[in-house]
Design a protein around this ligand. Structure first.
Ligand SMILES: [Zn+2]
Ligand SMILES: [Zn+2]
Ligand SMILES: [Zn+2]
Length: 308
């Protein structure tokens, strides 16, 4: 070994011990951690050798500062590390991100938890998170409205309940709405439709098809503070009908092609009961404005109601 290497090693903060296991390596002693490591001699000559033990001590300290656990270095990319986050999810990050978070005194964000939050925010206002926005812009996601229409929306607007549907034109989420009860004549008998809409008459005469346009009648409409409150109340009413009075639920095939909707059509015999349900909704809307903040529970058995 050239005699100058001893001085070179000292200059770079280490003590040269001798040749490494391979002929091209040198063994260095690190005074900071008092351990030995090996580097290519060319690194000693041309670069600043870095003690691997000190490096990993730093990485583990960074991980601990962010409450993450280092699982393994990425086998394909020396800049990446596999981690378990404090929430339990697994992720892969650059070491530099770990260091930045540790220095900033904060945790690493979790993509999975974040998306779950976005999903819940959307669910609470009658939308469904579909996935990334078409143009993959950071602050946007793709959402599906309960009418079936999908659009890219700024995440912040979903969180703030500030989005309108370009598909059905409704912006019922934050604006006043109504719970309505319609009477519509099918070819063989009259039926009832319960739903919510910011404009029941428009809903009845323009969106439900010819039978509704020609024979429809608004029997009653209740003012609701927000479309969200209306949706919550409406879903609960339909659930009550399905569980307590399934005999009044008109099967879809009996009105298919006559009323442009998927469900929530009832026999005329349900009139008194539906009116009493609406009495309850009206009393609650008046007395308990807190109901507007109830989350909309996803209903595993039934498709989401249309924005009625
Ligand atoms: Zn060291
Ligand atoms: Zn997580
Ligand atoms: Zn819509």
């Amino acid at each position: 070994m050239p005699a100058t290497w001893t001085a070179l090693a000292k200059q770079k903060g280490y003590k040269l011990l001798g040749r490494g296991a391979r002929k091209s390596d040198v063994a260095l002693h690190c005074p900071r951690c008092t351990q030995t490591f090996q580097v290519r001699s060319s690194v000693l000559v041309n670069n600043a050798p870095e003690c691997k033990h000190c490096l990993w001590q730093r990485r583990f300290a960074d991980a601990m500062a962010t409450d993450a656990t280092i699982l393994a270095p990425d086998p394909d990319n020396h800049k990446l590390v596999h981690l378990q986050l404090p929430c339990g999810h697994f992720t892969c990050r650059q070491y530099s991100r770990l260091t930045t978070a540790a220095r900033g005194g904060h945790r690493l964000g979790c993509e999975e938890c974040r998306e779950e939050t976005y999903r819940a925010q959307a669910r609470a206002i009658g939308w469904t998170l579909v996935g990334l926005a078409t143009d993959k812009t950071g602050g946007y996601r793709r959402y599906a409205h309960s009418c079936g229409h999908q659009q890219d929306v700024a995440i912040v607007n979903v969180d703030k309940n500030q989005l309108d549907c370009a598909g059905c034109g409704e912006s019922w989420v934050s604006k006043p709405s109504q719970i309505y009860l319609f009477r519509i004549e099918l070819v063989d008998r009259p039926v009832l439709k319960l739903g919510h809409s910011s404009d029941p008459e428009r809903r009845l005469f323009q969106q439900l098809g010819p039978a509704a346009r020609d024979t429809g009648e608004v029997l009653r409409a209740i003012d609701m503070e927000t479309g969200h409150a209306a949706l919550v109340a409406e879903k609960r009413a339909h659930r009550t009908m399905r569980t307590e009075h399934p005999e009044w639920v008109v099967p879809r095939e009996e009105f298919a092609g006559q009323i442009n909707t998927k469900s929530e059509i009832y026999e005329i015999g349900a009139l008194e009961f539906l009116l009493s349900l609406m009495d309850e909704i009206e009393a609650e809307a008046r007395d308990d404005k807190a109901s507007a903040s109830d989350p909309v529970e996803p209903d595993p058995e039934e498709p989401d109601p249309e924005p009625e």
